[in-house]
Design a protein around this ligand. Sequence first.
Ligand SMILES: Cc1ncc(COP(=O)(O)O)c(C=O)c1O
Length: 500
Amino acid sequence: MQTSNPTRTGGTVSDHDEPDYRQALERFLASHPAYQNTTHLDELRAKDYSRLDRLGHVYLDYTGGGLYAESQLDAHHALLRDGVFGNPHSHNPSSLAATVLVDEARETVLSFFNADPAEYDVIFTLNASHALKLVGESYPFGEGSCYLVSYDNHNSVNGIREFARRGGAEVVYVPVRKPDLRLDADLIERGLTQQTPCPHKLFAYPAQSNFSGVRHPLEWIERAQSLGWDVLLDSAAFTPTNRLDLSVVKPDYVPLSFYKMFGYPTGLGALVARREALAKLRRPWFAGGTITLASVQDAGWYHLAPGHTGFEDGTVDYLGLPAVTIGLNHLRSVGIEAIHERVTALADWLLAEMTTLQHSNGAPMVRIFGPTDTVDRGATIAFYLLDPAGEVYDVHRVEQLAGELRISLRTGCFCNPGDGEIAHEISRDEMAGCFAESDVPVTLNDCQRLIHDATGKVPNTIRLSLGIASNFADVHRFIRFAEDFRDRDAPSTMEATETR
Ligand SMILES: Cc1ncc(COP(=O)(O)O)c(C=O)c1O
């Protein structure tokens, strides 16, 4: 058996000319005919994402951050170059020009999600986490109220529990189940029906998991609302590759990050909220821009502005917001359905290849965390690479080796501890060791080492995810990279981690 350290280049863009690549592509196209409907995305990649191939990058971290088209930059820069824009809180011409752009961005968000402006409002935020914080800090959590939340959530959704607890609310978690990491519909129903006496009830779950790629049923929104719940649908990982139609499903609070959808700009997100649900929120403070009037002669005198205005502290990013309009129009012209179709086909091929990779002794080379087919799942795949004896190859070493080939993968827990704890079978007692001393912060690496030393478990994961500019060459190159681990021993995984 060879020692660990795959060195082959894992493929370059010139792979396209190799018979192995051409045959694989032919087989892929034959088994995924719908992919042919998305060939305009190949043209788009050549024109608008040409830097990927020019620089030899295989970008497989779209759930971390989307990629922007070069035309988005051109359009935004041209607009800034040819306009004079001032702070929108005024009535002079440059201010009014900025107001037009901000209003246009708000209208474009609503129309992109097919949201009726009479029903929904858009609050611009820094990112999805900021949108979540607005809900958490303003939701009327109090004695007897409830926060029902799925295990499968980003930490920015988990963090709302701190506001809930502080207000005296009961926090109830619904676990995901192995091996698919799906939520059990019966447990959701039980959670929704058991908490009925609460005066204010918030139910939060992600439309698509940022860990496993699982898409959770959107039918739960209406069911929960019929039982008196307000529903927060975390759509940050869903909207880059799926249609969210707010005329069909009507969650109360929808947090988003725009860079995940179209790459640029970073630092802008939104809370799309039902106007009725927004009126329920109580802001803990006021700021410039959020009030109609305040006085210093009585500490209680101020009037919060209605709707989105009351939630947008200070000056909005009025120069960045036109780039949101440009980005959404870009997605619209490409077609979210085409992106969905393309990444689903590529993920289907990847899952089939990954689950059949074997060492010479017949042992599997990959363990997937989550569904191994594309039914109700997106193109985000969490996995380990395994050696012939079933040992886990150190994920940081894998990331490093991939990086040497300019393949961008992600490793860690992806801010989704619930999926990670279930995927890696970490019990409550095993986790407890990481929280034994509350005054000394324990890092993720410390905690992973503690658990590994105590149990031999490797609570760490690799993730790849596809998006707007993904193509067959990307996924083929990843599989060639993974094949290089065949018949190689895993080094002592945690020791390799320490070198980072
Ligand atoms: C499902 C989900 N929710 C929320 C977030 C937080 O997004 P941001 O870091 O942009 O605030 C992320 C980020 O990865 C995510 O994947």
